[in-house]
Design a protein around this ligand. Structure first.
Ligand code: HEM
Length: 217
């Protein structure tokens, strides 16, 4: 993938393609400096894996969550208009990126703890998304929760997820289509977790369902 991207960066520059993401990055400046080829390729790499595992894992862990909450699943079958709200609760509940780390740039006191410049910190988004001080009944999966202020996409600072809107759109379309085409979805065996404390993902989620008709068939 890296080699392909590097080739695109060079090929598009040589062909002077005007309006592509590659060329926008080529023209971009950060603090008056252009990005190097390596930085452009690294950025595409980031887009590829930041936008891939995350949404895929949320689709799988979200479906698992619905199978574990049959009442919510039934409501979504009956009233697909509830899906966007359910996606927000799925994001809160699953928070598939469990943590990212930061290095403190200055001394600061946070929650009664002294943090020194240079200290390494781990921000547990999964924990923040279930903060009892923020959410009523934080340990209850509730698709009717009004706009949960979750941390699935990060802490809301300058590194807030670049793909949050795309992820929400993808997840809405995935769940609308899956629930429309796969009627009476049910669990058909034990789910298997990806062994990781950083990502919440599934390597296996056996399900059974009655297939609906193909569209246009
Ligand atoms: C459900 C899906 C997703 C989840 C749970 C998720 C989660 C996150 C989290 C927790 C961060 C770190 C925020 C921080 O450090 O404060 C992040 C950053 C980022 N995400 Fe996502 N993400 C998702 C989908 C996507 C998609 C679809 C894309 C792009 C196509 C994307 C691109 C990025 C990029 C480029 C960053 C780095 C932003 C920066 O450091 O400035 N993400 N994401």
């Amino acid at each position: 993938m890296g080699a392909y991207l590097a080739q695109q960066v060079i090929a598009q520059s040589e062909a002077a393609v005007e309006d592509s993401l590659v060329m926008r990055l080529r023209r971009a400046e950060v603090d008056g400096e252009e990005l190097t080829d390596l930085e452009i390729v690294m950025f595409f790499g980031l887009l590829t894996f930041a936008g891939n595992d995350t949404t895929r894992n949320t689709a799988a862990t979200g479906l698992r969550t619905l199978l574990e909450h049959p009442e919510a699943l039934r409501e979504l079958y009956e009233e697909p208009a509830l899906i966007p709200g359910a996606i927000e609760e799925i994001l809160r509940w699953t928070s598939v990126v469990q943590w990212f780390a930061r290095t403190a740039t200055r001394d600061v006191e946070l929650g009664g703890r002294q943090i020194r410049a240079g200290d390494k910190l781990v921000m547990w988004y999964g924990s923040g998304s279930r903060d009892e001080a923020v959410f009523d009944d934080a340990a209850t999966f509730d698709i009717h929760r009004p706009k949960p202020d979750h941390m699935a996409f990060g802490d809301g600072g300058r590194h807030f997820c670049l793909g949050a809107s795309l992820a929400r759109l993808e997840l809405r379309v995935i769940f609308e289509e899956v629930l429309d085409r796969m009627k009476d979805l049910r669990s058909d065996g034990a789910a298997e977790l990806v062994p990781s404390h950083w990502a919440y993902g599934l390597s296996k989620l056996p399900v059974a369902f009655t297939p609906g008709p193909r569209r246009g068939a």
